[in-house]
Write a protein that binds this ligand. Structure first.
Ligand SMILES: C[S@@+](CC[C@H](N)C(=O)[O-])C[C@H]1O[C@@H](n2cnc3c(N)ncnc32)[C@H](O)[C@@H]1O
Length: 265
């Protein structure tokens, strides 16, 4: 049974890094008229109420999105992808505070066009109804109460070959790292041109090496394999940083995201 619920962490620094990458990749895919497929294997709720009891428990958003949102209000030209992130937050929040935070599936459904196709999976029976409800008016989105790895397998290669995947597991179990790596290796064999974004937490135990090692062993070129890590500095407990692996990153995006990172870390 799954216990992790992202509402306790929504809007934290990991979300900021992950969602900026997501927006940058979607921006790139939208540069061409040709429609594309996006697969979100671990979609979460779609929309998060940061005033809820759960979100208020640890208040991770306070050192994440809430901190930056305030400074962005005073900045006239943020530049993409920050400006697109900010615009979306402004649409959802009328005041000066972020009270509603968009998750990966909601961001994708909102930024994708009606001709594009989003598939969003979540396997938590408490979370899935929120996801379904958040995306119900988005005609480009299909939600499924199904294992995201199985869903990825059944969808690859997608009919619309342009596009990619966000894999954002909760890593509740130790073997989730190797399972994630294997799912990527299998999908990449069937859909080598897809863009794969794989998020991971940086913890004391460095368990993410179990994900990185097999993916590095795929032998992809430097241009086709990027790693972006944001280290939080001195943190007593919990996550020490947030990481993203990108397979087949769009041209120029790694440099763009290095500039973005320098605004945060
Ligand atoms: C880190 S959260 C996702 C956050 C979301 N991607 C975002 O950025 O807003 C991980 C989610 O994966 C779900 N989950 C865990 N195992 C899963 C599986 N095997 N298949 C699909 N969803 C799963 C959990 O219920 C949880 O909602």
């Amino acid at each position: 049974m799954l216990s992790y619920q992202h509402i306790y962490h929504a809007g934290n620094m990991a979300d900021v890094q992950k969602h900026l990458w997501l927006i940058a990749v979607l921006d790139y895919l939208k540069q061409k008229d040709k429609p594309f497929t996006w697969i979100d294997t671990h979609a979460g709720r779609g929309l998060y109420d940061l005033t809820s009891t759960e979100a208020q428990k640890i208040k991770e958003h306070e050192t994440g999105i809430s901190k930056y949102f305030k400074t962005w209000q005073a900045t006239s030209d943020l530049g993409a992808p920050l400006s697109h992130y900010y615009d979306l937050l402004k649409t959802l929040n009328s005041g000066n505070e972020v009270t509603t935070y968009p998750g990966s599936a909601y961001i994708a459904a909102t930024l994708m066009r009606n001709t594009d196709k989003l598939f969003a999976f979540d396997l938590h029976k408490g979370e899935y109804p929120y996801l379904e409800s958040a995306l119900k008016n988005h005609i480009n989105a299909t939600t499924r109460f199904e294992d995201g790895f199985t869903g990825l397998k059944s969808l690859t290669p997608p009919i619309l070959r342009r596009g990619g995947v966000l894999i954002d597991p909760s890593y509740e179990l130790k073997d989730d790292y190797t399972k994630t790596a294997q799912a990527v290796i299998d999908a990449h064999q069937k859909w080598p041109q897809g863009i794969y974004m794989i998020w991971y937490p940086i913890l004391d135990k460095k368990l993410h090496q179990n994900l990185l090692t097999p993916l590095k062993d795929m032998g992809l070129s430097k241009e086709n394999f990027t790693i972006d890590e944001w280290h939080f500095g001195e943190v007593e407990k919990g996550m020490k940083g947030t990481g993203m692996i990108i397979i087949n990153p769009p041209y120029g995006i790694s440099n763009l995201m290095s500039e973005i990172k320098s605004k945060f870390i």
